[in-house]
Design a protein around this ligand. Structure first.
Ligand code: RB5
Length: 143
């Protein structure tokens, strides 16, 4: 699996920790920045990561800003993206099962590193359930 990852300055530190975790899991990571804690604009990084996923250049995407909110809004502007902001492993599991979330958003100022790793694990390991959820995901994809 290939994961594209991006953050603004508010998510930079957590991004660096998550990249290390993903690489130790043997996952190929495309780090789209930002590359320091200098202030940058989250819409730029959210959309560049979302475009990689929408264009099939990455299987899934992870985006991080201070709260996870702004960067998830940016990602969800791209057609075909279902980006879920998660604060617990349970949310990550449910968004995979029900929404087939192809992107995960995290808040670097909200979620500690260990919890973020558990959230990411749940999101990576859980399959979409399909069935009654498929029609609703199809509706999202038409928007
Ligand atoms: C940047 O200060 C902050 O606004 C950003 O990281 C994010 O929290 C926006 O939703």
């Amino acid at each position: 699996m290939k994961i594209a990852i991006a953050s603004d300055h508010g998510g930079f530190e957590l991004k660096e920790h998550l990249i290390k975790f993903l690489e130790t899991e043997g996952i190929e990571v495309n780090d789209l920045g930002t590359y320091s804690d200098e202030s940058v604009d989250y819409p730029v990084f959210g959309s560049s990561c979302a475009l990689k996923v929408a264009q099939g250049k990455a299987d899934r995407g992870i985006v991080i800003c201070g709260t996870g909110i702004g960067i998830s809004i940016a990602a969800n502007k791209v057609k075909g993206i279902r980006c879920a902001l998660c604060t617990s492993p349970e949310m990550a599991e449910l968004t995979r099962k029900h929404n087939d979330a192809n992107m995960l958003a995290l808040g670097g100022r909200i979620t500690d590193t260990e919890t973020a790793i558990q959230i990411t694990k749940a999101w990576l390991e859980t399959e979409f359930e399909g069935g009654r959820h498929q029609r609703r995901v199809d509706m999202l994809n038409e928007m």
